[in-house]
Design a protein around this ligand. Structure first.
Ligand code: ZN
Length: 378
């Protein structure tokens, strides 16, 4: 088969078939290894362990040898697992995760739960089972192992000193939590948009309060024409603006304007904000700059994730390096309205641009950009 000659759909279909066959083959390898371990054939063949047989006898990589030997030993202890492997409900990764904590008593609960889980979910689930196979009440967690050089270790120690985290008293987990929280607070565009929305909601509430105040003030003036500029008591106004002079209508107007201008400067996810951003008269189609409130509204509406949907209805999972894509391209007169923007990952933004401008044009643009970057770095 010459893969260069086959159609796109056929290529995807072939790959799906091969992936399924690979899973089935892996299951068969583990079952055979389990039988081989039961007969102790690897010892007679001159290997000290099943791992050594996998590593040097079958030339598996270290990772694969470790995983498959561990999975096979578990199948030797629990032959019922063969059925799950053959049906594709459990993989070698699943078996490695449950190995060491699976017992006859918890078999059904563990196997039936883990078979529907991803690798990470399964690891979290198993973290709540102790070495004897009993469930205990604790927060699910997994251990992370990261390589650390001397420089990074020094920085971690310094961060601990500044944060007042005693090396013995509190764990590295606390430090990681603080650092990750700080990073996300500063860099997560979705969190930024949420904070902006919260500020916008607060300003909306202030604006409503001010408008209520204005209408009450006007009613009061109508009822007592002689009291214009001499309103005696306006508790609500004072509660909102303690420094305001009684009856100072110009100050009231100033605050109202400030609240309104604040609305334009901030962003939010409520309907009022979306319509404000969508109809914003401050959008300047001549500039490529997308106003912050529009970016935040698009980020919240799209859930901080690429919006590309494939022909089979599958939506892209991309959440990093997202770009704001103009549905009607900017170069074709498309504006920065919320309705004309959507989140796209780099790959799908480029994919769309190639469809609009042609692959040759986009390749030329990418080449030019790389040359500029090279010149800058040189
Ligand atoms: Zn995407």
């Amino acid at each position: 088969m010459d893969v260069r000659q086959i159609k796109d759909e056929e290529l995807i279909s072939y790959l799906a078939d091969f992936a399924r066959e690979e899973r089935e083959l892996t299951a068969q390898i583990i079952i055979c290894l389990s039988e081989l371990a039961g007969r102790k054939l690897f010892i007679a063949a001159g290997y000290a362990s099943l791992y050594d047989f996998c590593r040097y006898g079958l030339n598996f990589s270290r990772g694969k040898a470790f995983k498959r030997a561990k999975a096979a030993m578990l199948v030797t202890l629990f032959p019922q697992l063969i059925e799950y492997l053959l049906r594709g409900e459990l993989t070698e990764s699943h078996l490695c995760i449950i190995s060491g904590k699976l017992t006859q008593a918890n078999f059904n609960v563990v196997v039936n739960s883990v078979s529907t889980m991803s690798k990470r979910q399964a690891m979290l689930f198993m973290s709540r089972i102790d070495g004897a196979g009993n469930f205990y009440n604790r927060e699910p967690e997994i251990n992370l192992t990261i390589p650390c050089g001397e420089e990074l270790l020094g920085k971690i120690d310094r961060a601990r000193e500044i944060m007042g985290i005693d090396k013995r008293g509190k764990s590295l987990t606390l430090l990681m939590e603080e650092m990750v929280e700080l990073y996300l607070h500063t860099h997560d565009p979705y969190l930024k948009a949420q904070r902006s929305a919260a500020r916008q909601e607060k300003k909306e509430a202030q604006k409503r309060a001010l408008e209520g105040l204005c209408s009450r003030s006007e009613e009061s003036t109508k009822l007592h024409p002689g009291m214009k500029g001499e309103v005696q008591a306006v508790p609500e106004k004072e509660a909102l603006h303690p420094g305001m002079t009684r009856g100072d209508e110009s100050c009231l107007e100033k605050d109202k304007k400030e609240a309104l201008s604040g609305m334009k400067a901030e962003a939010g996810h409520n309907a009022a904000f979306l319509s404000l951003a969508a109809s914003s008269s401050e959008v300047k189609p001549s500039s490529r700059y997308i106003p912050a409130q529009v970016r935040h509204a698009v980020m919240l509406r799209d859930g901080g994730r690429c919006t590309f949907v494939a022909a089979d209805g599958r939506r892209c999972e991309g959440v990093s390096g997202l770009e704001f894509d103009h549905i009607l391209p900017f170069a074709c007169g498309g504006g920065h309205e919320v309705g004309n923007l959507r989140l796209r990952c780099r790959a799908h933004n480029l994919f769309w641009a190639e469809q609009v401008y042609g692959a040759g044009f986009m390749e030329q643009r990418v080449r030019e950009r790389k040359e500029v970057l090279l010149l800058r770095s040189g």
